[in-house]
Design a protein around this ligand. Structure first.
Ligand code: PMP
Length: 299
């Protein structure tokens, strides 16, 4: 497959209120967001023309910007409409949507006083995040980099700066033949991967770490709800690194990755099993329901 660079594609990108031809969606090199990571973003998926949990993504985008101290000059309704317009303009019913907001180029220095806020939204087809069947199970390395404490970085925000470490961890894992890396937090407890939350089956129950220093993903919350509906016992708690050896199933949850089984974490081996399969199927079915049915199912 030939790689088509992201700046050289056909299609349309929404930027600051208008749809522009894909190749014209540019920003100046002296943008605050580029130099100082004053940028927040979302990753959304559309299924059969509906964007799954669209308003929740938009609300998180606003909240992330608020945590970084800037305001996106568009209402949730306007952003939702723009996401759907971008999807349609690019002729997609199923795909990935990427809104990103950043501080502009009026001033350049650590202080961002006086910068305007920009918003762009793009959409493209993105089949399986890790490639291959999601039930097959991927291999995870254990990252050297740790997730920081919430008083060291704005860990509740989906802020671009937090992905600097994720990229380093993922690049190292891939160089060693793994698909991704499981990251511990600054206390040595299990946190998440570079782009998903993580679940473990232990003694037949579902365990997932407290999201107190990493993103409490929408997929994570959806999976917890689905598991409860399937009468599973869901335990959210601190999970020590040493405990991962005793899990019988492991899977990941994220918008792009959806529910993906794990078959290896460093030296530990797992066989993707029935709990992973049940939740994967339940998730795959829910995302294709109408927004009203989704809201009802998650209530
Ligand atoms: N953690 C990280 C670091 C992520 O990038 C993502 C993807 N946004 C998630 C968790 C999962 O979040 P969500 O389910 O809301 O996509």
């Amino acid at each position: 497959m030939t790689l088509v660079p992201f700046d050289d594609r056909d299609g349309w990108v929404w930027i600051d209120g208008s749809l522009v031809p894909w190749r014209d969606a540019r920003l100046h090199v002296l943008s605050h967001g580029l130099h100082y990571a004053s940028a927040v973003f979302e990753g959304e998926r559309a299924y059969a023309g509906n964007i799954f949990r669209l308003r929740d993504h938009t609300n998180r985008l606003h909240a992330s910007a608020g945590i970084l101290g800037f305001e996106i000059p568009w209402t949730a309704e306007q952003i939702d409409d723009a996401c759907l317009a971008v999807l349609e303009a690019n002729g997609l019913t199923d795909g990935y949507i990427r809104p990103i907001a950043w501080r502009g180029s009026e001033v350049l220095g650590v202080s961002a006083r006086g910068t305007s806020t920009h918003l762009a939204i793009a959409a493209w087809a993105w089949p399986a995040y890790f490639g291959g069947p999601r039930m097959e199970g991927i291999r995870l390395a254990i990252a050297d980099w740790k997730r920081p404490s919430p008083d060291t970085a704005p860990t509740a925000a989906k802020a671009t700066g937090l992905y600097m470490v994720g990229t380093m961890a993922k690049m190292k894992a891939e160089a060693e033949g793994y698909s991704d890396a499981l990251m511990m937090d600054w206390r040595g407890r299990v946190a998440e991967t570079t782009g998903t939350n993580v679940f473990f089956v232990m003694d037949g129950d579902l365990h997932t770490p407290d999201p107190d220093c990493f993103l409490d993903g929408l997929t994570r919350r959806t999976v917890v709800r689905l598991a409860q509906k399937h009468q599973m016992n869901v335990i959210t708690r601190p999970i020590e690194a040493a405990e991962i050896s005793r899990a019988t199933e492991v899977f990941l949850a994220g918008t792009a990755a959806e529910v993906t089984a794990v078959r290896e974490i460093g030296p530990h081996r797992y066989t993707p099993g029935p709990i992973t399969e049940t939740l994967m199927k339940a998730y795959d079915s829910l995302v294709r329901q109408s927004p009203a049915t989704v809201a009802q199912s998650l209530a």
